[in-house]
Every structure is written in C-alpha cells, then in structure tokens.
Design a protein around this ligand. Structure first.
Ligand code: GLA
Length: 360
C-alpha cells in the first residue's frame, strides 16, 4: 500500500515550467493505493470513491477520450513501458480525500501513487526523480496538460512541517521548517473549475516559450525585466504582461524564502497579495470567485495575505490568517461567499506532511 499526498503552494505560481522557483509543500490529504500482482492477462483498477472499475490490457494502452482518472493510471503505465521497463498485470484499488479541481494536485497524487506502487511491486529500480518525471509525462501525454514539475515533486518529496524551496531547473529543493507564529494557513475552495482551464494553461506555457525564444534565453528564469523591456515593442502587450509576471513572481519566491527565515508574517502576506495581483491582472489565470475571496481577505486586518493557488480558473485561495480569528473569518467568508454566489465555498486546514511513502 502506498500513500501519495496532494500539495499546497505558498508562492511561485506558473514559474515551474519557466525553469523558475516555487515553494510547495505536501499535505495531509492524498491518495491511498493498494496494489498486488495478479496472474491474469488483464490489469484492474478500482476507484473506490467513484465506485468505478476499469480493466485493461497492458499491451494495448492509449489515452482514452473523456477517460478522467483512468488516463493518469494508463499514462503512468505507458511511460514506464516507454523506458523499456517490464511490468506484469496487477489488481489495484485507490481512494482519496483531496477535493478534485481544487488546485491541490489530486492528479499528481494519483500518478505518484501508481508509479511508486508499480516500482515497488515489480522492483523497477526507479529513483524518486525518475518517478516524478514519469508522472509528469503521464500528465503531458495522457491528460494533455503540459504541466511543470512542481506538483509531482512536492507530492513525492514532501517533508513534515516544511515547505520546499524548489528550483525547477535543477529539480532539487531545500526544505524550510514553516512556523507562522500567531498565523495559520487556511484554504478556501471556490468549488468552481471553469472550462478551458487546460487549454488556457497550455497557451500560457507557449506564450512563455515564445517570449523566451525572442529573448534568446532557455527559459524566462534567465530573463531580467531590463531584457524584457528591450523587446517590449516587438511583442504584444498581453505577452509582455505575462512574461513580466513570471519574472516578478520568480523574484517574489526568492524574497519569500529570505523573509520566512526572519519570521515577518506581514511581509510574507504582502508578497502573497502581490502574487495574486500579478496572476489576476497580468497572467490572467484568476476568475471572479477567486478575486472576490482575495478582495474580502484584503479588507480584513486579521488576514496577513492571500492569493489564488495552483493553475487557476477556479480552485482554492491560500490565506494567512491570525489563529485567534480563524473561526470568525471562516464564518464570515462563508456567509459572504454564499450571499454573492448562491452556493457554498469549502474551507480546509492542512498540515504540511511527508511525501509519497509505503504504508506499513
Ligand atoms: C498546475 C501545474 C503545475 C504548475 C501550477 C501553477 O498545478 O500542474 O505544474 O504549473 O499549475 O503553478
């Protein structure tokens, strides 16, 4: 049995596929997978929460149209086979408690649980770094999202009570013990996931790559604001704004990692608000519901900072809330959200936790 967690991200959004920096952490919500060899000519996967069974043959794998969770499993199997590694048939069942579409990486948790489980079961000898690259490729080739490495990394390498300052170029991280003093983290889920979020994600990525090419750099991580200014007239203002956001966000992550050691929560909070502002007005991956939650947080002196988290177009905001005011804010924001949108938001408290591991 394997447990693979979901993740949060303190700061550094959409920076991962720009070879930049992010600050994610694994959480105490995730996917538990039980997997064993079988002697049949088919493999079986049972999704316990959905009560759906899927049977497939290892030899005829391809992405399914509207396959949902099945494509993540098939993607992992296919990427393992592409590496020339041999696996046999298996029976498996998984269940989880990460809310889907909330930007907490339930898909990375699912991919990691399978790659980790198959690696153990068939003694494939894969390193954790190889496993997360397999998970990421599964997402690219079977789910069609050209994601970066942040989600799979955090879910695999998480450290208890810590967030990971992740360099997405070297794919290595430094754990930071997180102590927010009088503050705590609150996630608020808009419970919306707007259509086209996947194509919009891939579009953002290709804008970044286009601007990098114009700048003759490998990725936007290598570009400065001065570099970008120099080509401002040669690119559209939309592309300029997006690249500017990435360059600024990368700087914010580094600043955040310096300030967190000094423990100045208000300064951290300001960076979160700036990050959201950039995501919303420059990178344009926010949505009305997320902006509403951030505007409410900003009006409340007990919230040091907040921003949307994950890919965007719905999902959660992450908020730095004064512990003594947690309950009051929870009640207040729930009421206001309900009044505005006629439906409830959901609120979660998470613990920063260990990455993917075997359950003994
Ligand atoms: C999604 C992707 C990640 C990352 C975030 C945005 O979660 O899977 O790779 O790009 O969006 O930071």
């Amino acid at each position: 049995m394997v447990f693979a967690p979901g993740r949060i991200n303190l700061i550094g959004e959409h920076t991962d596929y720009n070879d930049g920096f992010a600050f994610p952490a694994a959480i105490n919500k995730g996917i538990a997978l039980a997997i064993s060899k079988n002697n049949s000519d088919k493999s079986k996967v049972y999704a316990l929460n959905k009560e759906e069974l899927y049977e497939f043959s290892l030899d005829t794998i391809k992405p399914l149209e509207n396959g949902g969770w099945r494509n993540y499993v098939l993607g992992v199997v296919s990427e393992i086979k592409k590496r020339g590694l041999n696996i046999g048939n298996f029976n498996s069942v998984f269940a989880g408690n990460i809310p889907g579409g909330a930007g907490m990486s339930s898909s990375a948790a699912l991919e990691n649980s399978f790659v980790y489980g198959l690696n153990e079961l068939f003694a494939l000898g894969l390193s954790k770094n190889e496993m997360i690259l397999i998970s990421q490729k599964a997402e690219h080739n079977y789910a069609g999202v050209k994601c970066g490495i942040m989600d799979q990394y955090a879910s695999m390498f998480g450290v208890k009570r810590s967030a990971l300052l992740l360099d997405c170029r070297t794919i290595a991280s430094q754990p930071f013990r997180i102590d927010l003093k009088k503050y705590t983290l609150m996630l608020i889920n808009t419970n919306v996931k707007h259509d086209l979020s996947e194509s919009a994600y891939n579009e953002r990525r290709s804008v970044c790559e286009k601007v990098s090419r114009k700048l003759y750099v490998k990725a936007l991580r290598d570009a400065s604001i001065e570099n970008l200014e120099a080509i401002k007239n040669e690119i559209s203002s939309g592309d300029y704004q997006k690249a500017l956001y990435i360059i600024q966000e990368n700087k914010r992550v580094q600043l955040f990692s310096e300030i967190i050691q000094e423990g100045d929560v208000n300064a951290l909070g300001k960076l979160l608000y700036q990050s959201h502002e950039g995501l919303s007005t420059k990178y344009k991956v926010s949505c009305e519901e997320l902006d509403f939650l951030i505007a409410q947080a900003k009006q409340n002196p007990n919230i040091a900072g907040a921003r949307m988290m994950g890919g965007g177009f719905g999902g959660c905001t992450i908020n730095l809330v004064l512990k003594s005011e947690y309950k009051k804010f929870r009640k207040d924001i729930s009421t206001k959200f309900k009044k505005e949108y006629g439906k409830a938001c959901a609120i979660y408290k998470v613990k920063l936790s260990q990455g993917t591991h075997l359950i003994k």
